[in-house]
Design a binder for this molecule. Structure first.
Ligand code: MMA
Ligand code: CA
Length: 159
């Protein structure tokens, strides 16, 4: 093999090892995100689906993360609404993140949301009709979803 090919091979191994995301996942900060649109699911199914990918339904803790996700959703040009991992099913009006049960500190509700329309909206979406600001929606709606998992750590892959 020529030195050039060896150098290219080495570079591609380093690129993989330095914390890239799995194929089809998109990196932001220390996380990888998958936008799942093969089959719209109800919210509880969305939680379950992400867990089969060793991930969680996305939890959004900052405007930087929120903007990354909104921009990516827009770039897909699919006119889809996506579930996120925020719910007030346990205590009405108290929105918590599914995996940690932590109160939402950062939020991006589209005014006048969350409105608990017909007293039957306990799950949260990035709503296409709101330019991907957040809506509380019926948990039985079938929406696409975004899964999140931690980026692989460099040392694990280099070995
Ligand atoms: C829909 C549904 C609600 C949302 C309202 C806003 C009619 O219900 O998406 O969650 O709050 O629209 O008008
Ligand atoms: Ca609503």
């Amino acid at each position: 093999m020529t030195p050039l090919l060896l150098a290219l091979l080495f570079c591609s191994i380093v690129a993989t090892a330095s914390g890239a995301c799995p194929e089809g996942w998109h990196q932001f900060a220390a996380s990888c995100y998958a936008f799942i649109d093969a089959q719209p699911l109800v919210w509880t199914e969305a939680v379950r689906y992400c867990s089969t990918l060793h991930a969680k339904l996305v939890e959004i803790e900052s405007s930087a993360e929120d903007n990354f996700l909104k921009n990516h959703a827009r770039s897909l040009h699919k006119n889809e609404t996506y579930w996120i991992g925020l719910t007030d099913a346990l205590v009405e009006g108290k929105f918590i993140w599914q995996s940690t049960q932590d109160d939402a500190v950062f939020t991006d509700w589209a005014p006048p949301e969350p409105n608990d329309f017909k007293h039957d909206e306990d799950c949260t979406s990035l709503e296409f009709g709101y330019h991907y600001q957040w809506n509380d929606a019926q948990c039985s709606m079938h929406y696409d979803l975004i899964c999140e998992k931690e980026k692989e750590i460099e040392g694990d892959l280099i070995g």
